[in-house]
Ligand binder design. Structure first.
Ligand code: SAH
Length: 272
């Protein structure tokens, strides 16, 4: 039995399982965080490869079974609760060192909370996670995966692409058909790997960057200068775009992350 409200779909493809585990490139010292272990199919693969695995599962019945199956392993901790509400460092502090400071995330997550999970793992443009993970391998909805990994000038390149790519490199590892799960979800899926990176040239005012990215993409059919007209006069923006060697007719989807940062810094001088 699966519970719809917890977005439960059990992965049943060994091939995909293998792709997920391989793309995490686990080393014996890695401390892994898993969100939504479900029946433990992925957890079981991770445990022998890593120093420790901490898994967070919301469903009490599943937790009971997981404890029966894996509870005697010394490098495993199962936390019962909502990942979004748990303060992991505080909960894990009294436990053995091997359960402190997870450096990798590997998970087949509940799709209904993908946005908030990404935000908790990566932080936001204006408040990046101060202790970034080395890598985050997730099985997510294909449509979201495409947006995370999209390049400028494509239809799928949106505010989410900019906001996540500002914080991490995003790679599409492989598509995953619905039939790889039981019960099959209504949507297609994909494995992605996010690698948080030091931001070489951070925006001078990341809050402002976040704001113009959201505004810029508000109406994707409009030109950027129309979407941003509450922030800056459209003729003035055209001039600035020209100075930055960007076509004044651009739409938000045509700007690279680097373009967004220079635009944000340049606008800051003008608007304030
Ligand atoms: N990893 C398993 C299950 C994936 S389904 C597999 O590959 O087969 C998603 C899992 O996330 C389910 O076990 C569900 O109960 C759990 N889940 C849903 N919401 C959650 C939340 N807020 N916090 C933690 N786990 C959650």
């Amino acid at each position: 039995m699966t519970k719809k409200r917890f977005a439960q779909h059990w992965l049943r493809s060994d091939k995909i399982l293998d792709r997920i585990v391989k793309s995490a490139e686990l080393l014996p010292d890695d401390r892994v965080l898993e969100i939504g272990p479900g029946t433990g199919i992925l957890t079981r693969q991770l445990l022998p490869l890593a120093r420790s695995v901490v898994s967070v599962e919301i469903d009490r019945d599943l937790c009971r079974n997981l404890v029966k199956k894996l509870g005697n392993l010394e490098n495993f901790v199962l936390l019962e609760g909502d990942f979004l509400n748990l303060d992991l460092p505080t909960i894990l502090a009294p436990m053995s060192d091997i359960f402190h400071r997870q450096n990798k995330v590997v998970a087949n997550i509940p799709y209904n909370i993908t946005g908030p999970i990404l935000e908790k793992l990566l932080g936001m443009i204006a408040s990046p996670n101060p202790q970034p993970y080395e890598s985050i391998v997730l099985l997510i909805q294909k449509e979201v995966a495409d947006r995370l990994c999209a390049q400028p000038d494509s239809k799928t390149f949106g505010a989410l692409s900019v906001r996540v790519q500002y914080l991490a490199n995003c790679e599409l590892i492989c598509p995953v058909p619905a039939k790889a799960f039981y019960p099959p979800p209504k949507v297609e899926s994909a494995v992605v790997r996010l690698t948080p990176r030091a931001i070489e040239n951070p925006a001078k005012d990341p809050k402002f960057l976040d704001r113009i990215v959201r505004q810029g993409f508000a109406n994707k059919r409009k030109m950027l200068r129309n979407n941003l007209k509450d922030t800056i006069d459209s003729d003035r923006l055209s001039e600035i775009l020209e100075q930055l060697e960007i076509d004044p007719q651009v739409r938000a989807e045509n700007l690279s992350v680097a373009n967004w940062i220079s635009l944000s810094d340049r606008l800051l001088e003008t608007v304030q």
